[in-house]
Design a protein around this ligand. Structure first.
Ligand code: ZN
Length: 320
């Protein structure tokens, strides 16, 4: 009997030791502070948050890189993530209008609700293009009356996003400020080094006429010098009409545009139809991290899209 009690005590003791061990480890290593918990709306913001946050931050994203970011299914599981989050970073300009308030309100977490310390509208760090003048009106179908939200496809904006994360993380975790500054600087250095690598491809792209499905490629065009002469959509978010496509075919013939750039989630058949009338090529490009095989981080995304576009333009020119 006594022996059995003793054995139980020993077991208990071992259990107690196991429980307290991490606490001792934390004392011995003062770096092991609780991580800043970040939720982002997109994979691109997630990747940059990880680059800047390093070991001090844990980050998860809501939409996947292969999904249409305008129409994300708001899974209730994300409410739980937001409930525990210190930061909720989103693209803004109403890109997430369809689902965001549902999740953010549902989280009942004052930190990530409007006005909270962790409510991070990333578009505030960006020089936004396509801001509608006059009345903001969705009735004509334009899904982006507040301005074009697809700004992450310009690496200069990637740097601005990194700087914003650096500042926000430093505000919420001042002890980590030197780490965040160092990480943000390293991210910019990696991006600049990558850009030196793709400079010859940018030279091939510069000034070349092209068509895009959606205005999502405008910031990308600003950076690469691709000359967008028309869009498959008559207005952002409005599906192509036969009359619009007939006009687009004329524009492509006039300008010599030989490539149609589009995301994987739009209707390729329509692009193929326009391409068949203009002997152009349809180029499917991922708009976000995770949107294609091998596109595992932000720099890889930019490298991939630039290389694919340069390649396709070269093939289209050779074919003429
Ligand atoms: Zn859009």
């Amino acid at each position: 009997m006594l022996r059995r009690t003793l054995a139980a005590l020993v077991t208990l003791g071992a259990g107690a030791l196991a429980v307290t061990a991490p606490a001792f480890a934390a004392l011995a290593h003062p770096i092991a502070v609780p991580k800043l918990k970040v939720v982002t709306s997109t994979t691109d913001l997630d990747d940059i948050a990880r680059a800047v946050g390093g070991d001090r931050v844990s980050s998860v994203h809501i939409s996947e890189g292969y999904q249409d970011p305008h129409f994300v299914e708001a899974k209730p599981s994300f409410i739980l993530q937001l409930r525990r989050a210190d930061v909720f970073a989103f693209v803004g300009l109403d890109l997430e209008i369809g689902w965001m308030s549902l999740l953010v309100d549902g989280s009942r977490n004052p930190k990530v609700r409007p006005g909270g310390s962790g409510y991070l509208d990333v578009s505030r760090a960006i020089p936004v293009i396509d801001v509608a003048r006059g009345n903001v009106d969705r009735s004509q179908g334009d899904v982006h009356p507040l301005g074009n939200p697809h700004y992450w496809l310009d690496p200069e904006n990637g740097k601005r996003i990194a700087a914003l994360f650096r500042d926000k993380f430093s505000e919420l975790d001042p002890a980590g400020a030197p780490t965040y500054a160092r990480n943000a600087q390293a991210f910019v250095a990696r991006l600049d080094a990558a850009a030196r690598g793709w400079a010859p491809q940018l030279a091939q792209i510069k000034g070349k006429p092209a068509v895009a499905w959606h205005t999502s490629w405008k910031y990308f065009a600003e950076y690469t010098g691709m000359n967008i002469v028309g869009f498959m959509e008559p207005k952002p978010g409005v599906p192509p009409s036969p009359a619009h496509l007939a006009g687009l075919v004329q524009t492509m013939k006039r300008t010599g545009a030989k490539v149609i750039v589009m995301e994987p989630f739009y209707d390729r058949k329509m692009a193929d139809f326009v391409a068949s009338k203009t002997s152009a090529r349809v180029l499917i490009l991922p708009p976000s991290v995770g949107g294609a095989k091998g596109v595992g981080d932000y720099i890889a995304l930019m490298r991939y899209d630039i290389a694919q576009l340069a390649n396709t333009l070269q093939l289209a020119t050779a074919q003429r």
